[in-house]
Design a protein around this ligand. Structure first.
Ligand code: DGP
Length: 117
């Protein structure tokens, strides 16, 4: 847990969220400011600031997050590929558009038009 990290507080339950999925290592919850009809975030429970800090020790965790994403996207209402689908985005650093410095994967989908993107 990192002090003053919003997503660490969500993981700890100190800030409420609309939960999509949880296991020992991963939490997924709806984005507070959705770009699309389906928009949730997947985070590792342990604080990692961004993709810039990942190393070989995180390969299994990141692999699990990415392989879980399609299943959760369908669960949350994305239509199946190829007519439906989803977008996976991980913003990294200021120039990458990252605002919350706890590694997270955006999963967005649903019928267009979207609010953004
Ligand atoms: P990024 O720019 O990639 O760092 O996106 C951060 C996202 O986090 C942004 O889409 C809004 C979302 N967000 C920020 N604060 C909260 C919060 O307190 N709760 C939830 N559910 N989402 C949040």
């Amino acid at each position: 847990m990192s002090d003053n990290c919003i997503f660490c507080k969500i993981v700890a339950g100190a800030i409420p969220s609309r939960k999509v999925y949880e296991d020992e290592d991963i939490l997924a919850f709806h984005d507070v400011n959705p770009w699309a009809p389906v928009h949730f975030l997947m985070v590792p429970k342990r604080h990692i600031p961004s993709m810039a800090q990942v190393g070989p020790e995180h390969a299994a965790l990141l692999g699990r997050m990415l392989t879980l994403a399609p299943q959760l996207a369908l669960q949350e209402g994305c239509r199946p590929y190829p007519e439906g689908g989803f977008r996976i985005v991980t913003n990294t650093g200021a120039e990458g558009g990252q605002e919350v410095h706890h590694l997270h994967v955006h999963v967005m989908g649903g019928p267009r038009p979207w609010a953004r993107g």
